[in-house]
Structure formats: structure tokens, C-alpha cells
Design a protein around this ligand. Structure first.
Ligand code: ZN
Length: 348
């Protein structure tokens, strides 16, 4: 393993783009570009409250999590058939391959669709088929994580889990997303316990806009294996010590944090501080169509803004493999590719 790769800083952007990486925090509905929304609306005869692609894109000027979620759910309303879900996931996976993503663990929000009368089967089959085809055609490893919407009740989450169980082989875990404030993790303690008993992986959004206390309860009440976002952890020394000791990964999303004003600007993002504190932080795109960029845009912009180095790039890519739920043999192969790309960029 390269402890401190020496790379000409001028080559760092190219290295960030070329290095293999895992993306562990991507909401597939958040990858819907305005062009695809319009295409699907036309195919399905859905009327959109926007006159054009440009009008929809300009409506993306939201300023906080709730105003973002309002438009996010409106965009998802065009998804009706299995082919729609397939097309959405395929568009994301094609883009991820270009960014040298070798493993994608993709969140989906079934309640956004089942509440509109779309069946669980339609959602999961379309997404899963896109993952399988992408693996076969492009070599990217992709898996699905079913997320419960935390602004809904735990009973609703239980009902959603029951609907998904016939397809248990087609998703690897569960997560918790949507509006964080006012919906602490412990609200979902029983349904996560059930998922744990079923052998499903568990992750949860915590410590994005919410306090460090939500990260503690995601760990203790939900027994999650990763924290999505978690950037507020640095406010709590004891929490940082625990996350470092237990190697609990944080799936950080710099451009999302910037867009939702979690930090006033990217230069003040704490990603570098999280790494310096010994935490298993990773870089991800969250909702790339809405937040101004896919995973490589996130890497390029946060590195440019904070002055991180090739050593940080190495750490972030290697953390992404460590934190993924992929088989160990795959992780070893990806680490070998990472080493090979770094040695190409170090050998001058
Ligand atoms: Zn998210």
C-alpha cells in the first residue's frame, strides 16, 4: 500500500478522475436529469408543472433540504413503468462508469412510488435489471439499498419492508433518508431490528442537518454499519473517537452540503478535517442531477476548494472500498487497480 503517494499537484485533477472508486451514497431518483424527466413525462403522458427543460432546471434553485425534497418528489412523478426505472438507473450507471466508479451502492425510495400506485415489483425489477446489465456490459458492480422515508411512520416502513421481501435477493440493505430534523433515528428502531434479523445491511442519514445525537442513535438504536453524511460528528469529540475506533464510514457529499448550505462554501467543508481525525470518510454525489455534479465533480471541486493532496485522494478511494458491502475479493482487486493508477501518476 502506498502510504504517501507523491504526485505532481498539476496531475491531481486527472488522477482524481482516473482513480477507481466506490460510490456509496447516491439516490437513484436524484440522478433524474431534467431531460430524462421530460422524456419520461412524454412517454407516459404525464403533465409536468414546468413548460420546458430549462424551466425545470431553473426551479432547482432551492435553498434547504425541504425545498429540495419538494421538487425531488415532483420529478419522481414521471416514473411509472419498469422500463422507466431501468432507464433511470442505466443513465446513472453509464455516467458512473465514465467517472471510474467500479462499485455503486444505490439508494432507492420505494414509498415515493408505491404511494402513487406504482408496485414494489415494478420499482425493484427495473432497477435490478439495470444493475445486472451494467455489470455484464460495463463491468461495474452495482447493488441496491432500499431507503425508508423518515418523515413517514414506522408502520409505513414496516409495510414497505413486507412488500419488498419477495424481492429480498435483489437488494442488499436498508437505509433511512428524507427530512432529518424532527425525525430521529430511534423512530425506526423496531423496523431496523427486523431488517437486521433478516440479514440486511443497514445505513442511515444522520448528522447532515441534524445534531451529533442523531448519529449516536443511528449507531445504538438502529445498529447501522455506515452513516450517510455525518459531517456534524466533528462537533462531538467522544463521537469522533468512537467512529474512528469502530471504523464506521461516513458517506460525505460535498456539493450537496454546499447546495443545501450545510457549510457556507466548499472551502469551509470539513472533509479534510474528518480524514485528519482518522475517520473513514468517503466522497459521494447524493442527488447528482440536483446538486450540481456527479462523483468526479465532487472530488474535483472539493479538492480545488480545500487544497487536499494525492494522499487524501488515496485515502478516500481506499476508504470507499473498505466501507462498501462488496465481497472481500472484489475489494482486493479494486485496491490493486488503485495502486496501479497511483503508480502511473507517481512515475514521472
Ligand atoms: Zn442522501
Amino acid at each position: 500500500m502506498l502510504a504517501s503517494p507523491s504526485v505532481d499537484p498539476a496531475r491531481l485533477p486527472a488522477l482524481l478522475q482516473a482513480m477507481p472508486k466506490a460510490e456509496l451514497h447516491i439516490h437513484i431518483e436524484g440522478s433524474l436529469e431534467p431531460e430524462l424527466i421530460f422524456q419520461l413525462a412524454e412517454r407516459n403522458g404525464v403533465r409536468l408543472p414546468y413548460a420546458s427543460v430549462e424551466a425545470l432546471r431553473s426551479a432547482y434553485a432551492f435553498s434547504n433540504l425541504q425545498s429540495f425534497l419538494d421538487i425531488y418528489y415532483a420529478g419522481a412523478s414521471v416514473l411509472l413503468t419498469e422500463q422507466d426505472f431501468y432507464d433511470m438507473a442505466r443513465a446513472y450507471l453509464r455516467r458512473a462508469v465514465r467517472d471510474k466508479v467500479v462499485r455503486a451502492e444505490i439508494f432507492f425510495d420505494p414509498q415515493t412510488h408505491t404511494a402513487r400506485g406504482v408496485s414494489m415489483e415494478t420499482v425493484i425489477r427495473g432497477l435490478h435489471r439495470a444493475c445486472e446489465d451494467a455489470q455484464r456490459e460495463w463491468g461495474i458492480s452495482a447493488a441496491l439499498i432500499l431507503c425508508f422515508l423518515r418523515h413517514l411512520s414506522e408502520e409505513d416502513a414496516f409495510a414497505t419492508l413486507e412488500q419488498a421481501l419477495p424481492f429480498q435477493g435483489q437488494f442488499i440493505g436498508v437505509g433511512l433518508d428524507s427530512s432529518e430534523l424532527g425525525h430521529p433515528p430511534e423512530k425506526f428502531e423496531r423496523v431496523f431490528a427486523r431488517c437486521r434479523a433478516l440479514g440486511l445491511h443497514r445505513v442511515a442519514h444522520a448528522g447532515e442537518e441534524g445534531p451529533p445525537a442523531y448519529i449516536w442513535s443511528a449507531l445504538d438504536a438502529l445498529q447501522v454499519e455506515r452513516i450517510d453524511h455525518g459531517v456534524q460528528a466533528l462537533k462531538d469529540e467522544a463521537l469522533v473517537a468512537r467512529l474512528a475506533r469502530e471504523r464506521v464510514a461516513l458517506t460525505v457529499c460535498p456539493l450537496s452540503n454546499q447546495k443545501l448550505c450545510v457549510f457556507p462554501d466548499l472551502a469551509q467543508h470539513n472533509l479534510r478535517a474528518l480524514l485528519d481525525a482518522g475517520l473513514c470518510a468517503t466522497v459521494n454525489s447524493d442527488d447528482p442531477a440536483y446538486f450540481g455534479g456527479y462523483i468526479n465533480d465532487n472530488f474535483l471541486q472539493v479538492f480545488a476548494a480545500t487544497g487536499m493532496t494525492a494522499a487524501h485522494a488515496w485515502q478516500l478511494a481506499s476508504n470507499s472500498f473498505e466501507a462498501s458491502f462488496a465481497p472481500e475479493a472484489d475489494k482486493r482487486a479494486w485496491m490493486a487497480r488503485l495502486e496501479s493508477v497511483f503508480s502511473d501518476y507517481s512515475a514521472l
